[in-house]
Design a protein around this ligand. Structure first.
Ligand code: ATP
Ligand code: MG
Length: 429
């Protein structure tokens, strides 16, 4: 096939075989967020480029090399959103829904775009569910975010496969003091740092902590620790978070090298990581960003949020065999009709049944193929029962009711009794 008729590298179709698992995952998260009182917000997927530069930070992987940026027909520089926080902050500011100190607990879902090297768990169009909370500054809300995700892992059967890593980056003042100390230390070991880290030392020194280079990592063992530079307030905030996680019984490890790739974080940062996905092990990541709203022109507004990668979590459910059995069956009942008059009756009957059993998954296959081929399709659909309506059944106002999964013989059921009969034998989730 010519290249222009193929999907763009790193941007995937999600085929009908895969969508039930996606919907299960998304539905589980949506229900959980509803239950905790979070409300959904939907932002455009394209924003002015400037928005991302200002919020994410000029010297970050995303802004330096991952954004899909283009000029539109007016000559405005636009960018496909690489993440959701910037647009969410833009939206709450634009609509003034946090300005008077109102608490907002918001979530969003949708595609994000980053020009990265595609590989398992890393794509150029990927999908996130994220949430942002505004105007709550205590560690209780940081804890709520983590507690909610812990509940989610429980519901999905993933608890044993994920680990929580925590760190505190302090306020921008304490982070500034730490940055100076780190730069001083690393400058004294410049020759032992990898090239990337030497460059970052000048532009965004905290990111050096993130390095994968073994030699640089060895240098970092003796580097100053952020924990020793934390201001009292940040320290108390971090302790408050930890004691809440302890109270709920959520295990965590402190990772002093956890700095996150975006500039806007302060105080709490966290990641849920797994060793089940190879190199792409972070499934959910977030933290506090108390300075961001002000930096973007709003009043000082505390904020905290996270985002999880849907692809990685779907991969995990598959890898750990946590795909619920019932997802494999999308049809309960398959109705086969034979002959023109029977087809009409089948359509009317099926609509009556749908009125009476709104949750029944009923597929009607009027008019296509022989008895044998219709039966094959009924079986392939995964349905539990086939209903058969031909001329004989029409004359008697009945349907043939045939179990497809070996639960007994075919019987004849009167149209009037059909809904009640189906209600007893099809268990609906
Ligand atoms: P990574 O270190 O893996 O590049 P990140 O720090 O860039 O992740 P965030 O910006 O924090 O990621 O995004 C939150 C989550 O979104 C990640 O933890 C991950 O699950 C998912 N994610 C990020 N980038 C991608 C991608 N290119 N493809 C698939 N999922 C992604
Ligand atoms: Mg990244």
């Amino acid at each position: 096939m010519s290249k222009s008729l193929q999907a763009i590298r790193g941007m995937n179709d999600i085929l009908p075989e895969q969508t039930p698992l996606w919907r299960y995952f998304e539905g589980t998260v949506a229900r959980l967020l509803d239950n905790y009182g979070y409300r959904q917000i939907r932002m455009p997927i394209v924003e002015f480029t400037e928005l991302f530069k200002r919020s994410i930070g000029e010297v970050t992987d995303i802004v330096e090399k991952e954004m899909y940026t283009f000029d539109d027909r007016n000559g405005d520089s636009l960018t496909l959103r690489p993440e959701g926080t910037a647009a969410c902050v833009r939206a709450v500011l634009e609509h003034g829904i946090t300005g008077g100190g109102q608490v907002q607990k918001l979530w969003y879902i949708g595609p994000m775009f980053r020009h990265e090297r595609p590989q398992k768990g890393r794509y150029r169009q990927f999908h996130q569910i994220g949430l942002e909370v505004f105007n709550l500054e205590g560690p209780d809300i940081d804890a709520e975010l983590i507690v909610m995700t812990w509940r989610l892992w429980g519901e999905l059967g993933l608890r044993d496969a994920v680990k929580l890593e925590l760190n505190s980056l302090g306020t921008s003042e304490s982070r500034g003091r730490y940055r100076e100390a780190l730069v001083e230390f690393l400058s004294a070991h410049l020759d032992k740092l990898d090239e990337d880290s030497q460059r970052r030392l000048k532009t965004n020194p905290l990111r050096v902590l993130d390095t994968k280079n073994a030699e640089t990592q060895a240098v970092l063992v003796d580097a100053p620790k952020m924990a020793d530079y934390l201001d009292d307030e940040s320290r108390a905030h971090f302790e408050g978070l930890k004691s809440r996680l302890d109270a709920v019984g959520i295990p965590y490890v402190i990772n002093p090298k956890l700095v996150r790739g975006l500039d806007y974080y302060s105080k709490t940062v966290f990641e849920w990581v797994t060793d089940k996905l190879g190199a792409q092990g972070t499934v959910c990541a977030g933290g506090r960003y108390d300075g961001l709203v002000e930096q973007m022109g709003g009043k000082p507004t505390p904020g905290v949020g996270f985002a999880m990668g849907i692809e990685r979590l779907v991969l995990m459910l598959e890898a750990l065999d946590k795909v619920p059995q019932e997802l494999s069956r999308q049809v309960d009942v398959y109705l086969c009709a034979f002959g023109e008059a029977a087809e009409l009756a089948a359509l009317a009957l099926s609509e009556r049944i749908r009125d009476q059993l709104p949750n029944l998954r009923l597929q009607i296959n009027a008019g296509a193929g022989s008895f044998k081929s219709q039966f094959k399709k009924a079986d392939k659909s995964g349905a539990l029962y086939a209903l058969i309506l031909g001329d004989d059944e029409l004359a008697q106002q009945v349907v043939g009711f045939k179990p497809l999964r070996g639960q007994g013989e075919q019987q004849s059921i009167a149209w009037d009794a059909l809904a009640a009969h189906l209600a007893t034998c099809v268990v609906q989730g």
